[in-house]
Each structure stands twice: as C-alpha cells, then as structure tokens.
Design a protein around this ligand. Sequence first.
Ligand code: ARG
Length: 568
Amino acid sequence: MIHFKQIIAEKIKENIEEVEIESIINLIEVPKDTQNGDYSFPCFSLAKVFKKSPQIIAEELKEKIELGKEIIKIDVVNGYLNFYINKSILAKEVTEKIYHEKENYGNSDIGKGKNVVIDYSAPNIAKPFHIGHLRSTVIGGSLYKVYKTLGYNVIGVNHVGDYGTQFGKLIEGYKRWGNEYDIDNNPIEELTKIYIRINDLCKEDESVLNECRNNFKKLEDKDPYCVELWKKFRKVSLQEFQKVYDMLGIEFDSWDGEAFYTDKMDEVIKKLEKTGKLVESEGAKIIDLEEKNMAPCIIEKTNGSTTYATRDLAAILYRARTYDFDKDIYVVSYEQILHFKQVFETAKLLGLDEKYTKGLIHVPFGMVQLQTGKMSTRQGNMIKLEDLLNEAINKVKSIIEQKNPNLEEKEEVAKKVGIGAVIYNDLYNSRIKDEIFNWDIMLNFNGETGPYLQYIYVRTNSVLEKANYIPDINNIDINIIKDEASEILKILYNFNEILNSVVDKNEPSILARYLMNLAQQYSSFYNEYKILDDNTQIRNARLAITYMVGIVLKKGANLLGMNMPNKM
Ligand code: ARG
C-alpha cells in the first residue's frame, strides 16, 4: 500500500541532507486535529542544525518541496510543516487492500527472523490468581498477539512463581495442620488459608520463621518430602490457573517457572564470581550497584538460599541461548521496577553478547484498585480472577435479559461481552496508570468500553445483513463518498502503523484507543448518512465502509484478546 509518511520523508530528505531519513520518519506526526493536515513535520529539532528559527526552516522547506500526485498541499504553522495528502488515492488503496486481505489486513512481516520472548502472567503457585495478575496476563496476552501479527517469532513464557521462601512456609504449615484442610477439593483457597495462618505465626514466633527458611533450603537440596509436597502444590495450582487462561484465551509456549532454574543458578554465581564483583555483605553475596545509584542485587542470602533475582539472571542466560532473543520483555507491575533495573544491570556481568543485554525490557504497569484499596494475599482480602470474570459474565447476562431477552446463544454472547469488558477496561488506559475497577464504568454500553466496541461491530454486521450483500470491489467507487468517510478511511489506513507503535512502545492501549476512535467515527457516520441509500453507487460505497470497519474492529479487538459476538 502506498506509504504516505515515507513519501513525505523522502521529499523532506531531498532538501535536508544533514538529517537521516529514519530520523525524519520518526519526527513525522499524525496531527490530532485534521485542521493541521494529515501529517505534520516539526522543525524544532532542526533549529540547532541550521541555526535558524523553526518557522523560517519550515517556510524555506515549503518553498523547496514540490507537490505531486500524493501530496496536494503544504502549510506552515508555528514551526510545523503540515502536509495534506490526496484522499482519493488513500481511499482507493485502503479499500483495495482490505477487500483483498480481509482478516489478514494489518499483518506484516516486519518482524521476520526476530525472536521475542514475552514473560507475562506469572502467578504464584498455591496463591489465588487474583485481579492483580489480570493486568500482566491481559497486557502480555495482547502484546503476544500483536507481535505475532507483525511476523515476529514470539515465545510466550509463564515464569510461574513456583519457588521461593513461601514454599518453606507452606510446607511448614502443611506439616503442622495439613489434615485440617481439604486441599484436594479446594486446593488454592485451602492453601491460602494455611499460608495466612503460618504467616501470622511467623510474625509472632521467630523460630517458626527459621523452620520455614530451613524447609526452603531443604527443598532446594531436593529433600524428597519437601519436593513431593511442592509438586502437589504446583499441580493443583496450575489446574486452577488454566481455568482462567481458558476464559481469557491466553496461551503460553513455555511454563518454565522459577524452579526450572534451580540447577542453572550455579553458573550465574560462578560467572559473577569471576568478575570479582560478587562481594560478601553481612553474610550474603551481593552485586554492589552503588555506582548506578541502586540498592545491591542480592544473589545469595545469608542462609545460602538463592533469590528471585538469581533465578531471573539464570533465565536470561537460558533464554539467550535457547531462544536467541532480540527482545526479552517482562510484563510485570511497576512495583518491580527496581528489581528489573538491578537484574538488567547485573546481567551485563554475565558475559553475554550486547545484543541480549540491550534486548532486556521491563514493561511495567500500574496497580488495580478496588474501593477497598490495594490487594495482597497476606491479608487475604484478594479477589479471585475466576470469580471476577464470572461476575462480569453474570452481570452481562442480566443486562441481556433486560435489553434483548430473545437473543440467541445468550450464554456465549454474555461470555464474550463480559470478558471483553474486563479486557478492554484493562487495556484502555496507558498501562502505567493505576486501574480503577468499576463495574458501572466498564459495562456501560454507551461508554468507551469493550461492550461499546462490540455493539458497533454488531451494528456493522446487522447493516450488512439487512442489505443482504457485500458489494463487490469492482462495483465500488469509494471516492464518491470520500469526503463523508474521509476520517474513517484515514483511520483504516493507519491500522498497520498503529500496530507498529504498539510493539515500539509495548503499549496495547494505543490499539484500544484507536479502535474506540474508529467505532465512534463509524457511529457518527451511521447516524448522519443513510447507509442503504436508494442510489446503488452511494449504497455500495457506504456498505463497503461498513464492511471494512467491521473487519478492522474485529481484527483489532481480537488482537486485544477480545472475542466479538455476531449479535448482542
Ligand atoms: N511471580 C512474580 C509475581 O507475582 C512475577 C514474575 C515475573 N517474571 C519474572 N521473570 N520475574 O510477582
């Protein structure tokens, strides 16, 4: 498809040799307000290069750049060059492309040959999969799909928390009171109760805490009793998690959790020792990061146990060798920013090729807040994600009962809409913001919500159904409506570029917002113009818009992890 940005960049480049074409492309923006053209090039960063004001640079460039078939007008406003493109070319190209590619529209092979590891979800064994894990699962799940669609070779890893001192605690609790709890029938809830109880006891009694620490050490040393219990906890937990993954349509290529690295940490320690930077401090082995203004990275604790960080270092070595990654992305809460800074800094001491240490990326996100504030397993006031998803489904069911009681396949639709609402709510704001969990907001069919997107998608379907045909590409002259649909056509045109920014910034909200804009534009279009016009040419063109919007809404929502109902 014609690449307007590239064409504009080339025209600019012809007149400024000093700047690389890539930098020019990166500078070109799509103005929020269409009053400022279709593309805009800010001249501020050139002011230094040319020792002239941005405004003058822009004016001079405008004089030099020749208009052509694709670029029909240039304006200079406050140091910006605003470009106006030929809408007819855009309309024709985008229509042909979507008609041709259908649900593959937006795909590319830009990522061909590049390996991307995405580490997401990673709940902790024997603890409930609660709403705090939702974000990692949903954000990571969406990134996984978008990278794939752009041709990357993606490896989704669930680095489950199946190791650590909490298992020492659980084993201790189980030893003491295991027979009081019905672990086989209700594993996670019962294990959580044990965990809370032993944790309370540890606070009162230091000697119990020491017992727990010893259990963990024994587990690392492969004591049969401890290992057997650990296996049991892991198995029942993963079975529970799978229910949630099935509901959300989430998949992983690897379940190598923390415990997988038990026998791979020695190498890390040896490598670090060789650098001479692994030092003793109060009986522990640490990497001092004071030079980098960070607290030290603890590699081995006083009692000889390894840490979460050591396992992450072993995982980096393993992933570099096994997956030869270009990017190794960690979708983990912002609470762990320091952890990843420490680990990434320490990873530079492992003797890995720079390719790998440069590919380490922490993608942090904000917390989920309910009215009651932040949730933590230790206090026990967490909400299970499975319950929450079921609640969403039930709420949607009762809305359907009110609004559309005769709907077919209510159950299926309620599932898609309820879960879609939760997913969209999670992805709508930029990920670093804290998320407020409010049913009324996320289930509002008229708000900026998942159900609204689905509702507009369903409308595109029902319009096409009413028309009873999808116009053939040869019978469409899209340009007879290019003005009334110009915004929609431009949005449709930008789809692939939006997907590229999602992976550049690891930010699915860019796609979520884009789809909302598309849905809203279509809704205005639908309200303003009669789609099934008597004039065949106009009707065909408006139906083609409807058809294309439907394709992109569905494809985009699927990439967020949502399923679209055909009716609702
Ligand atoms: N299990 C951890 C937690 O719940 C998240 C693990 C993230 N991944 C990683 N490689 N550290 O906090």
